[in-house]
Unconditional design. Structure first.
Length: 157
C-alpha cells in the first residue's frame, strides 16, 4: 500500500525510514553545535581568568555546563532508544519518541545558546550587557520558534 497524500509514493515503512533518517540528520546538526558549546564551556574552567568569576557567574557557568550535559544526553537518547528497540518491529513508536526527544534537545540547546551569550557578555562587559544579550538572543530564538510553529499550524498538523 502506498500513501500519496503528500505526493510521495512510499509505503508506511518507507515513510518511517525516511522520517528516522531526517531525525538522525537533524540530531547530527544539533549535537555538533552542542559539542562546540560544551567544549568552550569546559575550556573556560581551565583558563587563568576563571578565578576572576564572581560567585554569581560561577553559578551561571555551572548551570550552562548542566544544560550542555542535558542537551548532549537528550541528543544521544534517540540513538539509544533505536538500539534498544531495534528489530522489535516498533519503528513508528521509535520515530515518534525520536521526534519528541529531538524537540526536547532543541529546546535545551536554545536555552543553552541564550545562556552562553548572556554569560560571555556579562563576563566581558558587565551585568547589563549580559541581560541585553540574553534578551536579544531570546527574542531571536523566540522568533525562529514562532516561524516554525506558525508554519506547522498553517499546515494543519
Amino acid at each position: 500500500m502506498h500513501d500519496e497524500s503528500d505526493g510521495r509514493r512510499e509505503s508506511t515503512n518507507e515513510r518511517l525510514d525516511r522520517n528516522w533518517q531526517d531525525i538522525l540528520q537533524e540530531l547530527r546538526v544539533a549535537l555538533t553545535g552542542t559539542q562546540l558549546i560544551s567544549g568552550f564551556l569546559l575550556a573556560v574552567a581551565f583558563q587563568s581568568r576563571f578565578e576572576d568569576l564572581t560567585d554569581e557567574l560561577v553559578v551561571h557557568y555551572l548551570v550552562l555546563v548542566g544544560l550542555a550535559a542535558l542537551a548532549t544526553l537528550l541528543g544521544l537518547a534517540p540513538v539509544a532508544v533505536h538500539r534498544l528497540l531495534f528489530g522489535r518491529r516498533v519503528k513508528a513508536a521509535t520515530v515518534l519518541l525520536g521526534d519528541r526527544l529531538l524537540l526536547a534537545t532543541l529546546v535545551v540547546v536554545t536555552l543553552l545558546v541564550i545562556g552562553v551569550a548572556a554569560f560571555v557578555f556579562e563576563f566581558v562587559a558587565g551585568g547589563i550587557a549580559g541581560l541585553v544579550a540574553a534578551i536579544v538572543a531570546a527574542v531571536v530564538a523566540s522568533g525562529m520558534w514562532a516561524l516554525g510553529l506558525g508554519a506547522r499550524a498553517r499546515s494543519g498538523d
